[in-house]
Design a protein. Structure first.
Ligand SMILES: CC(C)(COP(=O)(O)OP(=O)(O)OC[C@H]1O[C@@H](n2cnc3c(N)ncnc32)[C@H](O)[C@@H]1OP(=O)(O)O)[C@@H](O)C(=O)NCCC(=O)NCCS
Length: 184
């Protein structure tokens, strides 16, 4: 996967896998995520040592990490996680849906604070969908759902074609959340 995209100002971006030479730029991306973004996106620690560990580790068989780059800077990060996840499995089962994570990976997106709400995730999403279709995947399942208060994310997901599957409450942050899935 390596796609060239143009933002609304005609500037070039690249969507490609995270690589070992990204360690410093990825650390900058994670370090600069603000409080509100961190409250919405937490697939792993968002710190420098995690950035270095993820960039220098052997490629993970079950997880694809893609980054959206503008020149040298990383401005977006998208995770496709094919690891079976019991929590999602159970919640989807309650909705009568059996998940096959090899074909229905969990998905988590994040755009750098200063680049949010400028159409970048929507731009990247079109490419991600076509990439996932080419890989023969069946659906994308939101990793951990999305907080019901995350109105921008919900709008973005619905626009991309995600459908609401169910609602669940998480006590640790006292929030309602939505499970959403995109059929490919
Ligand atoms: C959610 C996120 C990935 C979306 O990426 P983005 O590049 O900001 O999204 P886009 O600019 O492509 O699209 C945002 C859409 O939401 C709309 N929007 C913005 N604020 C909104 C709000 N409060 N209510 C409803 N819609 C809203 C925008 O108008 C735009 O819609 P449009 O394309 O129809 O005009 C990004 O904002 C982000 O990383 N947020 C913090 C982390 C996060 O929430 N991750 C998801 C965890 S589930």
């Amino acid at each position: 996967m390596h796609r060239r995209l143009s933002n609304k100002y005609g500037e070039e971006l690249q969507l490609r896998p995270l690589r070992s030479s990204d360690a410093s730029n990825f650390a900058d991306f994670l370090r600069n995520l603000g409080t509100e973004t961190r409250a919405r996106f937490g697939p792993h620690p968002l710190d420098e040592s995690t950035a270095h560990a993820l960039c220098t580790a052997q490629p993970e068989a079950q997880i694809q990490r893609l980054v959206l780059c503008e020149k040298q800077a990383i401005v977006g990060y998208f995770i496709l996680d094919f690891t079976p996840a019991e929590a999602e499995q159970q919640r989807y089962q309650q909705a009568g849906i059996g998940l096959n994570f090899q074909l229905e990976p969990r998905f988590a997106p994040c755009i750098a604070d200063h680049y949010q709400n400028q159409g970048l995730a929507s731009l990247a999403m079109a490419e991600l969908i076509s990439y996932c279709q080419q890989q023969g995947l069946k659906s994308l399942v939101l990793m951990g759902g999305t907080q019901a208060s995350n109105l921008r994310a919900i709008h973005f997901y619905k626009k991309a074609g995600f459908a609401e599957i169910g609602r669940f409450y998480t006590a640790y942050n006292q929030q309602d959340n939505l499970d959403m899935r995109l059929s490919l």
